[in-house]
Design a binder for this molecule. Structure first.
Ligand code: GLC
Length: 649
């Protein structure tokens, strides 16, 4: 599979946000899955300054866009099985920053046009171009536009990943022809228009063959007005090709056992290094040297959607608790001023650094005990995963990727890997902070086990890469078997064995009905019409957690109980409805498990997820090839045309 990954930033070359981390790690993970992969990004000044000596000049050409005829150089670099291409045009990219210029539309219009027009100069003709956010949103649009005249562009399938729907690339109507070189038809039928403006992201959502959000929950949220920044109806319309793929983190780079950026190393087997790192952090930040006081940390851009208003509301209540608070980040002036002022009120207990400082952030991840991230919305979020890897237990609001990565602590069965609250309400946040702080103070052993579960959570990129490979296979009509890569799913028995005794005891007494709602959508799946098999495979099970393991175990126990009852007691032919559904659920789980083993492209979906994305059935038992071929037929018909007509507003 030949994939071209188009991005406007990537670690280690250039970074302003999480997109760079993703673009820096995912391509290598895709290469490990057997993809032939190249990445293309602009040759910014900082890339030239830092990596200039390593870059190889490939060629140059001219790119036509509207009335412009611009020079376009192509440089390359090989790294970790990935070819990195850099698009050179000094007028557009030889600037100190990446974004924030008044001609950003023109700059990324040029970049997207160059990605398409420079294809003949790359080492391969891609089968899929994978675009990210608005900066590369014009690529699927240009491919449709050029495809009308040139067959070779029609052969390329496109994926669009939405990292944050807030940024859509909105420009005035007159830029359509003048800047982006598109004819009036694109506006007339509404494909690229939104609220009277050219909206690049909207155009790409309609034109791409598959779209995905960076977590399953965010994919679901994008269909709601509260989260979608006016694109919710478009997302609902494109639901058939929408999925959620959770980001990972670089598990080697972020490893407390080996990370050279932290003072003392540690692992789940020996946590003493973390105590040393904590003492070091307290020293560094001027906090009281109190080994038994939990440090709550915030490492964040100081902007509103990170949920900082909640903290401002109850900061003084928080500081009544026996805890210390560390804040690292910069952003909106009002938050900077607030935190600066607040730190003065609590010398020795609260410390603030208004900075973006990677070295200090690593000292915080390793030295703190709790990591606070109460985001209003969070497409995926990487810092909670990094914090967990370093044994800093997260406290998050249940939104987007935060919900998908943090399973709330459940004292009664000693489960979960963090703390969470649902409503965007400061009282609710304070409640869980209090719960976390007192668990740390009063039940250090239980807190230790919770911390261990956080550290053991699997956030590796391999899983996400497999999900993307499945999407590529779906849209290109190719079969992709995971046989050599996919680890065998842990057997239910093994998972059951891992459930602690208390949990196992709870299994016996916990009413089956309690677990039913989560399994209910599975039954709904059975009634999915055949046509639904065309839907791209939905995001499969992400993290095997103790919680899901316990659920599976519970379902299995329910099945066993029911079977036993059936055989042993014929005089009891009528099952209680609750038991009947538990049995059905368990039977379905077993079927799914068998199917997952048989079907390469199939994986299990967490029950919660099915519940949340009811309209997106999981194409699990479908033969991958058949669905892909069907899908291809639909796309080949020329979705641009039909969708354009469809999209007229
Ligand atoms: C954006 C999102 C963030 C996500 C990142 C990578 O920065 O705001 O939640 O983790 O992209 O996908």
């Amino acid at each position: 599979m030949k994939i071209l990954y188009a991005t406007s930033e990537a670690v280690p070359f250039c970074k302003t946000g999480g997109l760079a981390d993703v673009a820096g790690s995912l391509p290598a993970a895709l290469a490990e899955q057997g993809a032939e992969i190249a990445v293309v990004l602009p040759l910014y000044r900082q890339v030239r300054d830092r990596f200039g000596a390593e870059l190889k000049f490939e060629c140059y050409d001219y790119v036509d866009l509207a009335w412009r005829h611009s020079y376009c150089g192509l440089f390359s670099l090989e790294k970790d099985g990935v070819t990195w291409y850099f698009i050179d045009n000094e007028q557009y990219f030889d600037r100190p920053g990446l974004y924030g210029y008044m001609d950003d539309g023109e700059r990324f219009g040029f970049f997207s046009r160059a990605v398409v027009r420079m294809l003949p100069h790359l080492k391969f003709w891609p089968e899929v171009i994978h675009c990210n956010d608005w900066q590369t949103a014009l690529v699927p649009i240009y491919l449709k536009d050029d495809g009308v005249r040139e067959d070779r562009f029609r052969s390329i399938r496109t994926v669009l990943t939405i990292h944050n729907i807030e940024y859509q690339g909105r420009y005035s109507r007159d830029t359509l022809g003048d800047l982006f070189g598109l004819d009036a038809g694109w506006a007339a039928d509404g494909t690229i228009m939104m609220d009277g403006d050219v909206n690049l992201l909207k155009g790409a959502i309609l034109c791409a063959d598959a779209i995905n959000a960076v977590s399953p929950t965010y994919a679901n949220e994008l269909k709601m007005a509260y989260f979608a920044h006016r694109l919710d109806h478009i997302m609902r319309r494109c639901e058939y090709k929408l999925s959620g793929v959770l980001n990972g983190i670089d598990m080697k780079l972020y490893d407390p056992e080996t990370d050279p950026r932290i003072t003392s190393h540690y692992s789940t087997k020996d946590m003493s290094g973390k105590d040393a790192d904590k003492a070091e952090l307290q020293k560094l930040m001027g906090l009281n040297q109190e080994p038994h006081t939990p440090i709550v940390a915030i490492v964040s851009r100081l902007v509103s959607h990170k949920g900082l208003d909640l903290i401002c509301e109850v900061l003084h209540d928080m500081m009544e608790l026996p805890m210390q608070l560390v804040v690292l980040g910069k952003g909106d002036q009002k938050y900077e001023e607030f935190f600066h002022w607040a730190a003065d009120q609590y010398p020795g207990r609260m410390a603030v650094r208004l900075d973006y400082n990677e070295a200090l952030s690593m000292s915080i991840y390793s030295g703190a005990d709790l990591f606070l991230m109460p985001s209003k919305s969070e497409p995926c979020g990487l810092s909670q995963m990094i914090a967990m890897r370093y044994g800093t237990v997260p406290i998050v609001r249940e939104t987007g990727g935060l919900k998908d990565t943090v399973q709330p602590y459940e004292a009664w069965r000693d489960a979960g890997n963090g703390f969470s609250f649902r409503n965007y309400a400061s009282g609710d946040m304070l409640y869980v902070i209090r719960e976390a702080v007192y668990l740390y103070k009063d039940y250090p052993e239980a807190f230790g086990r919770l911390r261990q579960r956080a550290m053991e959570s699997d956030f590796s990129w391999a899983r996400s890469a497999r999900d993307y490979m499945r999407i590529y296979a779906n849209i290109t009509g190719q079969i992709w078997t995971t046989a050599q890569n996919e680890p065998e799913e842990e057997s239910v028995e093994a998972e059951t064995a891992a459930v602690p005794a208390a949990e196992a005891a709870a299994e016996v007494t916990a009413p089956a009905a309690q677990e039913q709602p989560t399994e209910a959508p599975v039954a709904a799946e059975e009634s999915v019409p055949a046509a639904a098999a065309e839907v791209p495979a939905e995001k499969p099970a992400r993290r095997t957690t103790r919680k899901t393991a316990a659920k599976k175990a519970l379902a299995k126990t329910a099945a066993r109980k029911t079977t036993a009852r059936k055989t042993a007691a014929k005089e009891e032919p009528e099952e209680l409805p609750a038991e009947a559904s538990a049995k059905k659920a368990a039977a379905k789980t077993t079927t799914r498990r068998t199917a997952a083993k048989k079907t390469a492209s199939a994986k299990e979906t967490p029950a919660e997820m099915s519940a949340e994305v009811p309209a997106e059935p999981v194409a699990k038992e479908k033969p991958a090839k058949k669905s892909a071929v069907k899908k291809e037929k639909t796309t080949k018909k020329g979705p641009a045309k039909t969708e354009k007509e469809d999209a007229a507003e």
